[in-house]
Ligand binder design. Structure first.
Ligand code: ADP
Length: 529
């Protein structure tokens, strides 16, 4: 109690045990806590599930005053605040979505000389409002603003997979509050992004803390659709053999989700498809919501997901890492199974190049670099699938980590069954070459003024022939992609099952890209090409 500040390891571990029930700090948590408590800036790179929140929650308990937490994920903030309150820790959350009454109460507490709030969670948008900045100044003038924690800090970088214009405004924090230590936290490991974050937030000789991204409890495997008799049957067999577990299946599109759900149910597997479920009438209003960030994130916050399947290849290693990383957050053995198909690859290449071309047109071609980046990001993902050798190594090298040969311990198909994998890849190459010769799996796009709904579009993707696209309501926004993803996350919830609990998530992100493709009618008809 009192005004005492706890800085020694023993005292901090006591706080950890008392409030959170964890026996000791994990990874670099202690170093991060120590740095910010001593007033030093810190850049903390930890994989999802690495325990980033403890790095600012413990300091909030170690010192009287307030820790400000900035995050774009409203759902996640609400969850954290609720969880903290349940533990008897006073935390509050301020956003535009709250009632005036709730906001007033929080502001009254902040304005009082002795606020009871230890952790104050806010959105980046709120930081940008002048009123709020002067509030922070007042709190700081009373010596009560201890630390500013910036979660998902990669959102400030346009190099990241998740750039948010609202994060740019956070660069003013250093100016307004020069002596408050900033703790930047992210799970995005790309070196370029790190540099960008540190510069944009004006961190001053920050302590750099990096944890390994290795998820040793996840077994990685790729299955080759083109070599399977029936992919649906394979997936249902996989789920059945996994027993009564919680699983997530990511699909590229809604139609696949629905089809899969129907198939799995027929095979006695209890499951549910979750997707935006947009029909023609709703589509534009839902898109509007994506654009204006009205749809918030919840994400899937289960720790006991045993299996994450990608039914279609993701568009980048980063995305794949994040999604497969939803498996085994309780550290117990789990699996990541990716179903790879040649047609899926072509489809995704088409989606990426078209989305990027479109962006390029509307911004005078300045997006060319970004188009190349997206395609090269995707190429790494393809190499993950089409390469022999250790999958784990491919994942970690992508994050700039050096991987000793002993790391995997045969916990991927490439290390466990190397010869079989080589054989599969040879068969796949033969099939791919055969198809190229026969000119199959080509995608065509023509123009017309008809409106196109989700169903028609999925048919388009499934049919390999002409479809009509039109321009209309879809504006260009980077946020749309993320909001779309988030929306899919929102819809995800739980379901108990006889054999398995499964969640099928539409990859709303790709649907977004797809919709973007239809923004402008394309007059390309290369059917005879
Ligand atoms: P991140 O934000 O990095 O994804 P979280 O902060 O949500 O990770 O923490 C992930 C999980 O790890 C949580 O369930 C949390 O309770 C747990 N955790 C955090 N720190 C520790 C620790 N020192 N010991 C044991 N479990 C921990």
């Amino acid at each position: 109690g009192g005004n005492k500040q706890i800085t020694d390891r023993e005292g901090l571990v006591k706080l950890l045990r008392w409030h959170f029930g964890h026996s000791d700090f994990r990874g670099k948590q202690f170093e991060a806590i120590q740095a910010v408590l001593s007033g030093r800036d810190c850049f903390c790179l930890m994989p999802t599930g690495g325990g980033k929140s403890m790095c600012y929650q413990i300091p909030a308990l170690a010192k009287p005053g307030i820790v400000l937490v900035v995050s774009p994920l409203i759902g996640a903030m609400e969850n954290q605040v609720t969880a903290l309150k349940e533990k008897g820790i006073t935390a509050e959350f301020l956003s535009s979505t709250q009632t005036t009454h709730a906001k007033t109460k929080i502001h009254e507490d902040l304005d009082s000389g002795k606020p009871s709030t230890r952790l104050l969670y806010v959105t980046p948008e709120l930081i940008a409002t002048p009123g709020f900045m002067s509030k922070l100044n007042k709190i700081h003038a009373r010596g009560l603003l201890n630390i500013i924690a910036i979660d998902e800090a990669h959102c400030i970088s346009s190099w990241g997979h998740d750039f948010r214009p609202s994060y740019r405004k956070l660069s003013s924090l250093r100016n307004h509050l020069p002596d408050v230590p900033i703790l930047a936290l992210t799970a995005t490991a790309v070196p370029k992004v790190q540099k960008d974050v540190i510069e944009s937030l004006c961190l001053e000789s920050p302590l750099l803390l990096k944890s390994s991204f290795n998820r040793s409890n996840i077994y990685y495997e790729v299955r080759y659709k083109d070599l399977l008799d029936n992919v649906f049957n394979d997936l249902s067999a996989l789920l059945k053999s996994s027993g009564d577990v919680c699983a997530i299946v990511y699909c590229l599109e809604r139609a696949t989700c629905d089809e899969l759900a129907a198939h799995l149910s027929k095979h006695g597997i209890s499951c549910a498809a979750y997707h935006a479920g947009i029909n023609n009438n709703l589509r534009s209003s839902v898109l509007d919501d994506w654009m204006s960030s009205k749809i918030q994130v919840v994400g899937i916050d289960r720790k006991d997901v045993r299996l994450v399947c990608h039914f279609n290849i993701p568009k980048s290693m980063e995305g794949f890492y994040q999604e497969s990383g939803r498996a085994g957050r309780d550290q117990l053995p789990s699996k990541s199974i990716l179903y790879y198909g040649i047609d899926d690859r072509k489809r995704m290449e088409f989606i990426i190049s078209n989305a990027e071309n479109k962006k390029g047109q509307s911004s005078g071609g300045s997006r060319e670099g970004s188009s190349k980046k997206s395609l090269s990001d995707f190429k790494l993902m393809v190499e993950y699938c089409e390469g022999s050798g250790c999958r784990r190594k491919k994942i970690l090298e992508n994050f700039g980590e050096e991987v000793p040969p002993s790391l995997c311990k045969k916990s991927c198909d490439g290390c466990k069954h190397p010869n079989q994998l080589v054989q599969y890849l040879e068969e796949l190459a033969t099939i791919a070459a055969g198809r190229q010769r026969s000119g199959l799996s080509r995608i065509f796009l023509s123009s017309s003024n008809d409106k196109v709904g989700g169903e028609q579009m999925s048919e388009f993707w499934n049919r390999d022939d002409e479809v009509s696209c039109s321009d209309e309501d879809i504006s260009d926004s980077d946020d749309g992609i993320e909001n779309a993803k988030r929306e899919a996350g929102c819809k995800a919830s739980r379901r108990a099952g006889v054999n398995a609990k499964i969640e099928l998530l539409e990859r709303a992100e790709e649907r977004y890209y797809r919709n973007q493709n239809c923004d402008k009618p394309s007059h390309k008809s290369d059917k005879n090409a």
